[in-house]
Design a binder for this molecule. Structure first.
Ligand SMILES: Nc1nc2c(c(=O)[nH]1)N[C@H]1C(S)=C(S)[C@@H](COP(=O)(O)OP(=O)(O)OC[C@H]3O[C@@H](n4cnc5c(=O)[nH]c(N)nc54)[C@H](O)[C@@H]3O)O[C@H]1N2
Ligand SMILES: Nc1nc2c(c(=O)[nH]1)N[C@H]1C(S)=C(S)[C@@H](COP(=O)(O)OP(=O)(O)OC[C@H]3O[C@@H](n4cnc5c(=O)[nH]c(N)nc54)[C@H](O)[C@@H]3O)O[C@H]1N2
Ligand SMILES: [Mo]
Length: 764
């Protein structure tokens, strides 16, 4: 029986208000917001308790983002407004109890907004949605595990199982999760990284032999120049503003490269420093380059041209440490300035000014996030960053290097401990030896490949360790078709989201304790964006007595599926045992249990940072030559990017405002250059329809309100997850296969006299 559910959030009547974008980030309002969210969700006592414990040596790791904490000291409060939202909504007093959930059919729940779904509160019991039912009901843990092992036993091929991971999962749970997939016999381990920094890992792996950043937090104090490209730290990594301020305090400069002039990059008032909070704050960006969406490869090649003609070339470093420089040099010299200016949208003068600053820099850091990783040519763009840094010898010394700023708080750790759909032979061999489990060698599905496989009816079992793939993936309606083809879908989670409503024929919800809560088995561990592995100890009582920890859930699934095998799952309900096993399987984790008990944890080895040593086939760092993209837009088309508002955490919507950008009470908006609005004869707040184009395929989405905004001409900006329906599944980055959420070709049509239909989008 097919259930009728809504894969996209409903369109609600909204009272859009706009004002000028804010000039200063954080300050007193940031502090006030942190407290008010906490009070509303968790109450006074628990708000203070969580705020005291977050990011302390003996407390829990903030579930907000992966930005690191200082190595050897902590202030009274180590968090930001948006971190406060993340832990307050987890520590909420509201409960999505079986009584509440079973009041509604799945269809009724799917008609709630994403914000309303989240505000139902914490899930308290394991629940099942049976094949012929349209309501969830309670199930005993053991029965749920038997349903899973039953399904695993009936797979005709282990690759019919897929195990997804969202990046909040601890190292312990992630390692066990990967082991479970491989014991089932598959490397089908798609994860949120596939939609996030996969392009960074792929590109850097080839250029410098490690798919991670090469700087420490202290490097920000030493750098003389920091480029922040395609990132909105004021909203998504607010504590990074403190680090940028420290660079400025020591005489360094910051350059922002972004189609939007984001508030956090203008001025910052430290919400925890009284004097700064009251003053004008620190100016962050010395220069802002409003690059066109997708114009970064051209811009970076422009910088390279300037550097090659100046004295910014570190000949000695290049000769000793790299290969491919000469080819790259002639490639860049032959690049055409006209094309560079046209594609980037930045004048030659401006490019030369910043290019000269880069040539002079002795210690440069380049930071980036989703503005660079979600394009068709993302891998090329990131390799162009590596090329620039290699030219100036910015590796192997403090104050310099690459800094891909990670999103989810443990997304980097999850990959390190084996959440990988194409693990190395070295990793598999080592795990095989130490676990006694035969490891499959076939490459598994990434997130996009998983959806294609499910559309082709090749997936029977899907289990998700957290996350909300239905809303986070591109092409929402096709993802829903794919998921509904599956026999059994399982969500291990804390809160209800759309992935609990758009499900397989049978669905399970296995509720787990969150980061902020006490785990009976003690602390877990995570790795931050700068390769520091440290502990995280929850301090709150779990939201319900029926919850289990993520590692315990994995162990009990494992035990239920493989009761007779020699790998004894029961042992690994002890986190110390799991860490011992990890330390035997994965280089860099030696003495894991003792080193992680030291204050602040320990750094994982990092060749380019510590040496430099390059783990590439040649043993050297590589320059790569990349051609600029040559994409022709059809007549009248725009390029749309999809970003986060200030009041959301990925698919979790906390509120309806995007305060820094001056947009209130509405999420279904599209920002447009005022000149483009005049040309199309559009007025502020007018509703338009958006159609995306991929080859002959068109996806149509109705009712978006236009907002005049300072964005390059021809470019548009909307929020995800609402706009994900417009991202074609086929449109992915070369090499990393990441959906191109920041580059979607669209056309706009006015709604005129058209009659409003209740379904928001359809294929035409
Ligand atoms: N509060 C909060 N914190 C978060 C998250 C959250 O949702 N809320 N999410 C977490 C996660 S998982 C992640 S990955 C990070 C994401 O952190 P960000 O990458 O900062 O997130 P986005 O909102 O996607 O912002 C992308 C930025 O890139 C710019 N941009 C878009 N296209 C281009 C381009 O072609 N070139 C350039 N130069 N810039 C471009 C946009 O204008 C925008 O400023 O944040 C993490 N932290
Ligand atoms: N168009 C567009 N799409 C995008 C992006 C974009 O910029 N534009 N960004 C992409 C990026 S960078 C990312 S990382 C993905 C995010 O993709 P996901 O990681 O899949 O999505 P989230 O919204 O972070 O997942 C939130 C859910 O996780 C569950 N959860 C929260 N805490 C815990 C916990 O402690 N344990 C468990 N088990 N579950 C928990 C809750 O049920 C919550 O509803 O989205 C991607 N999608
Ligand atoms: Mo992310």
């Amino acid at each position: 029986m097919a259930r009728e559910v809504r894969a996209q959030p409903p369109i609600e009547e909204e009272n859009l208000k706009t004002g000028p974008p804010k000039k200063v980030a954080a300050g007193i309002l940031g502090v006030q917001k942190s407290f008010s969210i906490g009070l509303e969700e968790a109450g006074l006592k628990d708000t203070i308790k969580t705020m005291r414990a977050v990011n302390r040596f003996d407390g829990f790791d903030c579930p907000g983002c992966a930005w690191p904490d200082p190595d050897n000291h902590r202030s009274g409060f180590e968090f930001c407004e948006n971190g406060a939202k993340a832990f307050a909504t987890e520590a909420t007093k509201k409960r999505a109890s079986p009584e509440l959930i079973s009041k509604y059919s799945i269809k009724e729940l799917s008609e709630m907004s994403d914000m309303k779904l989240d505000k139902l509160g914490r899930i308290t019991h394991p629940m099942v949605l049976r094949e012929n039912s349209n309501k969830y009901e309670v199930i005993e843990w053991e029965d749920a595990f038997s349903m899973i092992s039953d399904k695993v036993g009936k797979l005709s091929n282990p690759n019919e199982a897929v195990l997804y991971t969202s990046g909040r999962t601890s190292n312990e749970a992630a390692f066990l999760w990967g082991t479970l997939a491989r014991q089932i016999g598959t490397n089908n381990l798609p994860d949120c990284s596939n939609m996030c920094h996969e392009s960074s890992g792929y590109a850097l792996g080839k250029s410098i032999g490690i798919g991670k950043g090469t700087v420490k937090l202290s490097c920000f104090e030493e750098a003389d120049l920091i480029l922040v490209i395609g990132q909105n730290p004021g909203t998504n990594h607010p504590r990074m503003l403190t680090a940028l301020t420290s660079c400025k305090a020591n005489g360094g400069s910051v350059v922002s490269i972004n189609p939007l002039e984001e508030t956090g990059m203008r001025r910052f008032k430290h919400p925890q420093k009284v004097m700064q909070m009251l003053g004008r704050g620190t100016q962050i960006a010395d220069e802002h380059l409003p690059v066109k969406i997708g114009g970064d490869a051209a811009l970076l090649q422009g910088f390279a041209k300037v550097i090659l003609e100046s004295d910014g070339v570190d000949k000695e470093f290049i000769d000793e440490q790299t290969i491919g420089f000469n080819d790259w040099e002639s490639h860049i010299k032959s690049a055409d300035w006209k094309e560079i200016v046209l594609q980037s949208g930045i004048s030659r003068n401006k490019i030369e000014k910043v290019g000269k600053a880069i040539s002079k820099s002795k210690k440069m850091i380049v930071c980036w996030a989703m503005g660079l990783t979600q394009h068709e040519n993302s891998v090329d763009i990131i390799q162009e960053i590596a090329n620039l840094l290699l030219t100036g010898g910015h590796f192997g010394k403090p104050g310099a290097g690459v800094c891909p700023v990670r999103g989810h708080s443990n997304v980097q750790g999850d990959r390190t401990v084996g959440i990988n759909h194409h693990p190395s032979e070295e990793f598999l061999l080592s795990c095989e030896e130490k676990t006694g489990i035969e490891m499959p060698r076939d490459r598994g599905y990434d997130a996009v490949e998983f959806i294609h496989a499910a559309l082709d009816d090749k997936v029977r079992l899907y289990m998700a360790m957290g996350g909300n793939l239905v809303s986070a993936m591109s092409d929402t309606e096709r993802v829903a078709d794919a998921i509904m083809n599956i026999d059994l879908t399982v969500q291990i989670s804390t809160k209800i989201n759309r992935s609990h409503l758009v499900t397989g024929k049978t669905a399970l919800i296995l509720p787990c304790i969150g980061r902020t809560e006490k785990d009976p088995a003690g602390f877990v561990t995570v790795e931050n964006s700068m390769g520091v592995v440290h502990s995280s100890t929850g301090t709150m009582n779990p939201a319900s007595e029926h919850l289990l920890s993520e590692p315990e859930i994995v162990c009990r699934i494992g035990k239920s599926c493989f009761p007779k095998e020699s790998f004894n799952w029961q042992t690994f309900t002890s986190h110390d045992e799991t860490r011992d096993l990890i330390s035997r399987c994965i280089p860099g984790f030696e003495d894991y249990n003792s080193r992680v008990r030291e204050k602040g944890g320990f750094y994982l080895p990092n060749g380019p940072r510590d040496g430099p040593v390059w783990d590439t086939p040649s043993g050297k760092a590589h320059f790569f030559c990349n051609n600029l993209p040559n994409r022709q837009l059809r007549e009248g088309s725009f390029v749309l990017m999809t970003v986060r508002s200030h009041d959301q955490y990925n698919t979790t919507i906390y509120g309806m405002d995007d305060r820094y950008r001056g947009i209130y009470n509405s999420r279904r908006i599209v920002m447009m250059n005022p000149d483009d609005m005049t040309e199309l004869n559009l007025t502020k707040g007018q509703e338009v329809d958006i159609t995306s184009h991929w080859g002959d395929r068109k996806i149509h989405s109705e009712r978006w309100k236009v907002i005049p905004y300072d964005i390059p001409k021809g470019n548009l900006c909307s929020y995800f997850p609402e706009a994900n329906v417009l991202v074609p599944l086929e449109s992915t980055a070369q090499g990393s296969n990441t959906p191109t959420s920041k580059w979607i070709e669209v056309t706009i049509s006015t709604r005129g006299a058209r009659i409003w239909k209740s379904s928001s989008s359809s294929f035409i």
